[in-house]
Write a new protein. Structure first.
Length: 276
């Protein structure tokens, strides 16, 4: 059998992210054949992934990033079973690499992202390999993107909450964009404005309002009017443009944006939080 050099082990580690001893064993088993060693590590990852398929991967990281021209923003969630793994440097490096590929390739959806090339394989395959390396279930569970005249991202400290938000105007004070991205993180709106709230949600809120009023002993003929009033309060508290601005509650977000530029508004936003 050919001698396994430290350089070969280091090269295999760079490609697979597997531990040094796992790489050395794979090279020994493959008698120095690099491609076979990669396949050995991949099969190990698949075997471990199969064993842990029924586990829950509810920890992990939420990351968002914007292109250099500010026109495209992407967000991903890479899950792990434990917070310990989520804080691991190699895990963060994997998540960051996937995020950068998503930003560079601009896939249409999550499945297309998983099929993109990374380190001699597909992203989905690499995640399975990584399962074998760390012994925990991993899952690339979420991908979203926004394209707009300007896109702003925000990642809350700890990498468990992130936002993306699109605007109709670029070239303004960056703090304005950051203010809105952080507003979304803090206040968790359900939609940009009331017309973007789904009819199912509206119907649900009306029924909740009626039931609350009914339990309070209000007359049946008053229930619809009371429910509509509660719906208006819901729109005020839960739609971004109608929320009070957290940095100045004397104005709404819509008023704040118009005070900066009369044509400035939000086109879309994404928010994802892990167990917060």
């Amino acid at each position: 059998m050919s001698e396994i050099s430290a350089a070969d082990v280091a090269k295999l580690r760079r490609v697979t992210l597997a531990g040094m001893m796992d790489c050395k064993k794979a090279l020994e088993e493959s008698e120095g054949n690099f491609d076979k060693a990669i396949e050995i590590i991949r099969k190990k990852g698949q075997a471990v992934a199969n064993k842990r398929a029924d586990r829950e991967a509810t920890e992990g990281v939420v990351l968002s990033k914007v292109s250099s021209d500010g026109k495209l923003g992407v967000m991903i969630v890479l899950n792990s079973e434990t917070d310990f793994v989520a804080k691991n440097a190699d895990f963060m490096a994997l998540a960051t690499k996937i995020l950068d590929i998503a930003l560079a390739k601009n896939p249409a959806n999550l499945e297309e992202l998983k099929s993109l090339a990374m380190d001699g394989g597909k992203i989905g395959e690499k995640i399975v390999e990584y399962v074998g390396i760390i012994g925990e279930k991993l899952d690339l569970s979420y991908f979203e993107k926004i394209e707009a005249d300007h896109v702003q991202s925000y990642i809350h400290p700890g990498n468990r909450l992130a936002t993306l938000v699109g605007f109709t105007k670029s070239g303004l004070d960056v703090q304005v964009y950051k203010d809105i991205a952080m507003q979304i993180a803090a206040m968790n709106p359900v939609a940009v404005d009331k017309e973007f709230v789904s009819q199912a949600t509206v119907a649900q809120e009306i029924e909740i309002g009626k039931e609350q009023a009914r339990r309070e002993g209000k007359p049946e003929e008053m229930l619809e009017k009371i429910a509509q009033g509660k719906l208006a309060k819901f729109f005020k508290e839960s739609t971004l443009l109608n929320q009070d601005f957290v940095k100045d509650n004397k104005m709404t977000i819509k008023q704040y944006l118009h005070s900066v530029n009369k044509d400035l508004t939000v086109t879309d936003f994404k928010r994802y939080s892990l167990n917060l």
